[in-house]
Ligand binder design. Structure first.
Ligand SMILES: NC(=O)C1=CN([C@@H]2O[C@H](COP(=O)(O)OP(=O)(O)OC[C@H]3O[C@@H](n4cnc5c(N)ncnc54)[C@H](O)[C@@H]3O)[C@@H](O)[C@H]2O)C=CC1
Ligand SMILES: [Mg+2]
Length: 316
């Protein structure tokens, strides 16, 4: 049974004035005016809605001590009364995080107007906009990222290319694949090239960025495809039999001229050939690392090289 203990929200009414700060703060006691056991029992069962700095309420059902004891009728009543109260208090939105094993509450929330924001492997996040006009909540991921590596052996002028086993047309392309969550662009290129061809390499620069909307391979969202310049440090090919049909070191000029390739690979082969002949500084988008405003975090900034006179410009 839920609600066996005294409710945590039973605070003096004047405390409610302090809920907006500091952030994040627990939201006012929604069970207070329910006149039923729903709000009290949910609070006693561990649920502690929080206010964020934008004025939205966040609810984590994972906080429930014994989620299996919560029935849909109690949750439905709690959510309905809570939303009514949050709306009256001027909250702008509700974020509702539901662990996969409590997914029965998704339907309950959806019937009250909640929609999916995103899902991860073990939980889903739903939202309800309470503010004026259309929702101003940020959406979830809009793109996936694919990265390929153009590994050029500068001693021979040969570049590493593969033909995909799973494609109907066997066009030459640079080995690559999808970035893992939290993975640097250059690291994806180096990892994918090694996994697909057995060739070890080092990241040098970005060469191109392609954006494609409604990509079938990205489940209908947009796809970013970046090609990096890599410097190979091993040369014996041992390619992945599951993904590749062929893999070879091809003369870069031949790749730039062949019709047996994609427009992207052909364009980047010509760009790489230009850099190989005239200097990579003509084509490279290089990377620098800086500390982020978020303590302890760093970011990578990719841009064309700047002359020192511009790079070191400071106010006198
Ligand atoms: N222009 C070009 O030359 C090409 C660019 N790309 C870009 O490369 C990136 C993806 O590279 P990939 O090599 O395809 O990825 P990847 O190397 O990360 O993974 C490919 C593997 O996933 C498997 N796979 C893909 N979809 C699957 C599904 N629905 N069910 C089961 N298995 C599935 C494939 O069989 C393959 O083994 C994307 O950004 C894409 O736009 C991909 C092909 C050609
Ligand atoms: Mg691949």
């Amino acid at each position: 049974m839920l609600g066996a203990r005294a409710p945590r929200w039973a605070l003096p009414a004047r405390r409610a004035l302090n809920w907006a700060r500091p952030q994040p703060a627990r939201v006012p006691p929604c069970g207070r005016r329910l006149g039923s056991s729903a709000g009290r029992s949910l609070a006693a069962a561990g649920l502690q809605p929080q206010l964020d700095k934008f004025g939205a309420v966040t609810v984590h059902l994972a906080q429930l001590h014994a989620p299996d004891s919560l029935d849909q009728v109690t949750f439905q009543r709690w959510l309905q009364e809570s939303v009514k109260q949050w709306r009256a208090e001027g909250r702008i939105a509700v974020w509702l995080h539901i662990p996969i094993l409590q997914s029965k509450f998704i339907a309950t929330a959806a019937l009250q107007g909640f929609t999916f924001h995103h899902a991860e492997s073990d939980s889903s996040t739903l939202t309800l906009w309470l503010g004026e006009g259309h929702s101003r909540l940020p959406g979830y991921a809009t793109h996936q990222l694919g990265v390929a590596g153009a590994a050029l052996d500068v001693d021979t002028g040969k570049v590493l290319v593969v033909q995909d086993k799973n494609k109907t047309t066997n066009a030459w392309k640079f080995p690559g694949g999808l970035s893992d969550p939290g993975e640097d662009i250059g690291n994806t290129a180096v990892r994918e090239v090694f996994e697909e061809t057995g060739i070890k390499s080092e990241f040098k620069s970005l060469l191109s960025v392609r954006q494609q909307h409604r990509h079938p391979g990205a489940f209908g969202i947009s796809d970013m495809y970046i090609i990096c310049r890599l410097q190979p440090s091993s040369f014996n090919i041992s390619f992945c039999q599951q993904e590749c049909l062929r893999c070879e070191w091809m003369d870069l000029e031949e790749l730039a001229k062949t019709k047996d390739t994609t427009p992207i690979t052909s364009s980047v082969a010509k760009l790489l050939l230009y850099g190989y002949r005239e200097g990579f500084d003509k084509i490279d988008i290089t990377m620098r690392e800086f500390p982020a405003v978020y303590t302890g975090l760093f970011y990578k900034l990719y841009h064309r090289e700047l002359p020192d006179t511009y790079e070191n410009m400071t106010e006198l």
